[in-house]
Design a protein around this ligand. Structure first.
Ligand code: FES
Length: 150
């Protein structure tokens, strides 16, 4: 166990954990930020996507010791009031079906729009290809990203 300082959603927090613990479990089990989901645990599905210094990363395979004092943003921190343009577009277009993967989808989409405010279909498909949705909402996700980019 070790005391590790983290910057999560703009706040400094200290957690006492095994340094090898994946960030996903620190967020969920120690900080009660349960919007970030566990899917595969192997950096393959995207359900656990967060932002690390503005970039979308998989939190399920990222040891907490590697992110000390870096800026972590989770789905809870993307907008204080839940009205990020992507969240509004998701709602307007009824993107979610079961919803499980959608926080990860929005985090990847938000990272894309920061880098590329007007992405093409191809840009979106490339950026979102690591986020799997078993309900098949990818077409609505693409539409919602275009809507948020307007
Ligand atoms: Fe991390 Fe699947 S749970 S990528």
């Amino acid at each position: 166990m070790a005391a590790i300082n983290l910057n999560v959603n703009g706040k400094t927090v200290t957690v006492d954990v095994d340094p090898a613990t994946p960030v996903l479990w620190v967020l969920r089990d120690h900080l009660n930020l349960v919007g970030t989901k566990f899917g595969c645990g192997m950096a393959q599905c995207g359900a656990c996507t967060i932002h690390l210094n503005g970039n979308a990363v998989r939190s399920c395979t990222l040891p907490v010791s590697a992110v000390k004092n870096n800026a972590i943003v989770t789905i809870e921190g993307i907008s204080e009031t839940g009205d990020h343009p992507l969240q509004q577009a998701w709602e307007e277009l009824d993107v979610s079906q079961c919803g499980y993967c959608q926080a990860g989808q929005i985090m990847s989409a938000a990272s894309l729009l920061k880098r590329n405010p007007k992405p093409t279909d191809k840009d979106i498909d490339n950026a979102m290809s690591g986020n799997i949705c078993r309900c098949g909402t990818h077409v609505r996700i693409r539409k919602a990203i275009h809507l948020a980019a307007k």
